[in-house]
Design a protein around this ligand. Structure first.
Ligand SMILES: [Zn+2]
Length: 144
């Protein structure tokens, strides 16, 4: 099981950003499946990170979020991407593909809305607009 598949989407994304921002100060391979490195985090001292690609749950990081826990933090992901740049490229290609598809879906939704509005009579338009404004008002008043 890949370390990516046991991490939250948010951790993988932030880890990618760390990798892209070159926050892995140094790293080296230790053994067949192990990597360790220093990753610049939010504190002054860099975090010491160790990942085990064979047993991802055995990976460790000295950041407060992951220390002593099995959580896959962004530093572990950043180190993983530094050690496996092809995985980073594949990850970002998937994200970009998803975003392209999402743009197409948004355009389709927009086209549908335009088509729907154009199909309405003046009276139907008035009623639809009143409904939307009332709903917006109710959403706003329930926000707090
Ligand atoms: Zn960490």
């Amino acid at each position: 099981m890949s370390i990516l598949s046991i991490a939250s989407n948010a951790s993988v994304w932030r880890g990618y950003k760390y990798y892209e921002g070159k926050r892995i100060l140094s790293w080296k391979q230790i053994g067949e499946h192990g990597f360790e490195g220093e990753v610049a985090g939010s504190e002054k001292e860099p975090y010491h990170v160790m990942i085990d690609t064979e047993h991802p749950k055995k990976s460790t990081c000295s950041c407060p979020h992951a220390e002593g826990k099995k959580i896959v933090c962004k530093h572990k992901i950043a180190l993983f991407f530094a050690a496996f740049p092809k995985e980073a490229n594949r990850y970002i290609a998937e994200i970009e593909e998803y975003e392209r598809e999402e743009e197409v879906r948004e355009q389709e939704r927009y086209d549908q809305i335009v088509k729907y509005v154009k199909s309405l009579s003046k009276e139907e338009l008035r009623i639809a607009l009143i409904n939307v404004l009332v709903e917006a008002e109710e959403r706003d008043s329930h926000r707090y």
